[in-house]
Design a protein around this ligand. Structure first.
Ligand SMILES: [Mn+2]
Length: 162
């Protein structure tokens, strides 16, 4: 089994001007996960990334058939993907933690806050790549994350700003 490299992005809000930079800096990737508020869907992102894109519906995604919550399995790792507004991630991780623990996932990916975040709590990695188009953290640099799952199925996450 080869290592898998997955680009995590969120909250692009219809502006993909920073995506080519993120893709170039990310290097080889097998997949993109988009945590919602793409506002315009995932087709264009898929065309640019040239790999499969899996995403969810955010609070600003009105015209979309994307699901609110998605669970996938990569190299044996169960991964929960959600935008996060339904779990009120703007005011803390309590509700998202309840859901991720109930689902017994290893990684919970979310967005919505536009602030990059990564922390392991009770054996679950919570990761928010921030926003590529409307960053809100100190310094306001477009941000993304890279999830690498090695040959043994061990995950590691690198948070990056452009
Ligand atoms: Mn949002």
């Amino acid at each position: 089994m080869n290592s898998r490299r997955i680009l995590l992005i969120s909250d692009t809000h219809g502006r993909l001007k920073w995506l080519p930079d993120a893709l170039r800096k990310a290097g080889r990737i097998d997949m993109v996960l988009h945590m919602g508020d793409s506002v315009g869907g995932l087709k264009e992102i898929e065309t640019m990334a040239k790999v499969p894109v899996i995403g969810v519906r955010g609070n600003c995604d009105y015209m979309t058939s994307l699901d609110r919550d998605v669970e996938i399995n990569i190299s044996g790792l169960p991964i929960f993907i959600t935008h996060g507004h339904n779990y009120y991630v703007g005011s803390g991780l309590d509700m998202l933690q309840d859901e991720a623990e109930r689902r017994c996932v290893r990684i919970a990916c979310f967005g919505h806050t536009h602030v990059p975040f990564c922390k392991e709590i009770n054996g679950i990695i919570y990761v928010n790549p921030g926003s590529l188009s409307q960053p809100r953290q100190e310094g306001r640099k477009p941000s993304y994350a890279l999830l690498e799952i090695d040959e043994e199925g061990r995950p590691s996450i690198v948070m990056r700003c452009l």
